[in-house]
Structures are given as C-alpha cells and as structure tokens.
Design a protein. Structure first.
Length: 349
C-alpha cells in the first residue's frame, strides 16, 4: 500500500481570518505539498501565519510565530516594539538614518517611526496593509499577493507596485520572491520577517543551533544605525562561522558573499532550516516579544527569545552610505529579491 501522503491532492484553502478595526475582512490562504507540509499566508501584511512540518506520521510542528486572528496582527503594531510577525516588510526593511536620504539633489524626508529614524517602511508600511490575493497567478504550489503603495505613503516619493509570491515545493522549501517597480526613482529594500522556532510555538530558541555563512557584519551605533564600517566577525561575539547556540540577544546585519546565508537546527525535533538568498546581507534578530499583552497562536506567550528572524535584504541605511550596495531603483525598473527557506527532517534525510 502506498503512503497516504503521496496520495495527497493539494489545493488552495481560503478561510476568513477575521475583521480589522475598520470592519474590513481579512482572509487566510493555505497550500500543502506532497509531504504534508502546510503553508498559511494572510492577506494582512502578506504574512506567513503558519508553517507546519511533519516530524512523524502523527505529529506536525508549526515552526513560525504568529497570531490566531487578523485583529491581533493589527493590534501588534500598537505594542512598544511591533514584532512584524511573519510579514512582508518594506518599502525599506531595516533602519534609515534620520528617516531621510538624498536623491537627485533633493532630500526625501520619510516617516520617523523609530525615534528620529525610519524602521521597516514607516508608520503605514507593507506589513500593516491588506494585500490583494492574486487568484489568477496562485495555484496549489504558490500563493501570490500584490499591493500598490500610494505616492507619499510614509512620505516615499514614488508609487510602487509590489508583488510577493510564496512557493511551497515538494522538496520542502519555501521560496519567497519579491518584485517591486516604482514610477519614480526611490529606495526599495524588501524582506520576509518570519520568526522561526524549530521546537514549536511558544518555546525558547536558545537551545537551537545556529551557523552563519558570513565573516563580517555592519558596525552600528547604539541606536542601530550603521556607522559605515564593515567589521570582521572573528574574535567577536558575532562569529557564528562555527555552530553555536542561538544567542539571547542579536540584532545585527551580516554581509554575504554567496547565496548560502545561515543554518538553524533543533536537536529536539531534528528539523534543519537552511537559508539561501540573492541579497547581499542577512539581518538576524532574536525576539518576538508581545509584552504579555497579546497571546500568540494557541495562547502561546511570546517573549524575548521566542523566535529567530533571517531578514535577507540589502544593507540598512544603504541610501545614505555610498559604498553600500545600491538601493535606488529607477523609474519603471524592477527590483527582484529571492530567498529560499529549505527544511529537512529525519523523515527527509
């Protein structure tokens, strides 16, 4: 008799994810692969809400942090430090110094939503908007969402058309592909902000093993803004070229010289995550704190070590650092970002 998983017929399953404060309804969309992996994405923030991985014939582990309703995602932006759980982030992921940059001889002054700086695209950003679910391009293997930002949204000087697709492959990878096309030159830097926990929802990541394929990182000021210096990781607390336990506190950008970015492994569940990207950096952050205000999925209490993010992206503050990789996308040109989150378990080794 053939294994029941091999006979699984995948389809898109769409369900209501509840209402926002203004009464708009949000939907969640689910796809599965031939091995029983399940990927759920919300139209609010184009956020990955669930990623279930089978570790036996009877047990699946949800390896990303999330909430049980769209209202909780919306309310999370009122927390002292919004967690951006699972969201598509932009128009500029990371920090921009003084929330401004010079472009063609003029100063573009953005929202200051992080002290005097901008973080993750300002107050009205890609993570706290309802995206359009593209049913024509979506299928049993991929979910596609798009959104068009308005001119001067978060004070960006362009209207930008953004698309993100989430592909769930039969070799157990989640491929994330972003495209963005502005009608005027502007700074664009997108990322996917899932918090991974390979032991399951609500636990600490501190016993999980981390390796980062980088030998340098961006030096930052106390407020997290890059100084412009690229510093070797050797003989520092940020040297993860050899496997170590996940750190209790990290919020740093590592430069990349190849597509392989990082590996995370759980000795408990035997799940291994390998991260690949076409981006020049990965920003690694341990967190997920919901300040005892909002409960996570299944009433989980998310604290300061509940998940680890691999924010594949361009360098933070690149619009102000001429020696950093270019972040200005010209009018009608297309930004393209691809990252792959590859999973293996004892079932697939």
């Amino acid at each position: 008799m053939k294994n029941y998983i091999s006979q699984f017929k995948s389809e898109i399953i769409t369900s209501s994810f509840g209402l926002l404060a203004d009464g708009r309804e949000v939907f969640k969309h689910k796809i599965s692969n031939a091995n029983g992996y399940e990927l759920n994405v919300s139209s609010y923030g184009a956020a990955i809400t669930n990623l279930l991985i089978p570790i036996s014939d009877s047990e699946k582990i949800d390896v990303v942090l999330g909430f049980d309703s769209a209202a909780d995602y919306e309310n999370s932006f009122s927390l002292p430090n919004a967690p951006y759980l699972g969201a598509a982030v932009g128009l500029y992921a990371g920090r921009i110094d003084q929330a401004s940059f010079e472009l063609n001889g003029k100063i573009v002054q953005l929202d200051q939503n992080h002290g005097p700086h901008q973080l993750h695209g300002g107050f009205k950003n890609l993570s706290n908007q309802i995206w359009n679910f593209d049913s024509e391009k979506s299928n049993e293997q991929q979910l596609v969402f798009n959104i068009v930002t308005k001119l001067n949204s978060a004070n960006y000087n362009a209207e930008v058309s953004v698309t993100v697709s989430y592909v769930l492959t039969d070799d157990n990878a989640v491929k994330v592909r972003f495209t963005a096309t502005p009608d005027q030159p502007t700074a664009i830097n997108l990322t996917q902000h899932s918090y991974f926990n390979l032991d399951g929802d609500g636990r600490s990541v501190l016993s999980q093993k981390l390796k980062v394929f980088s030998e340098s990182y961006l030096e930052t000021k106390p407020d997290g803004i890059p100084t412009g210096k690229i510093v070797p990781t050797i003989n520092t607390a940020l040297n993860f070229t050899e496997v170590q336990n996940c750190p209790r506190s990290i919020d740093n950008t590592f430069t990349l010289a190849q597509p392989l970015a990082a590996v995370l492994y759980s000795p408990s569940t035997k799940i291994k995550l390998t991260v690949f990207t076409n981006q020049p950096a990965v920003h690694i952050y341990v967190g997920g704190n919901c300040f005892n205000t909002l409960a996570g999925k299944n009433f989980a209490n998310y604290g300061e070590t509940s998940g680890i993010c691999f924010e594949t992206q361009n360098y933070p503050d690149a619009p102000n650092q001429k020696h950093f990789p270019n972040s200005i996308i010209q009018a009608h040109e297309t930004y393209f970002h691809e990252s792959i989150f590859q999973f293996k378990t004892n079932k697939t080794e």
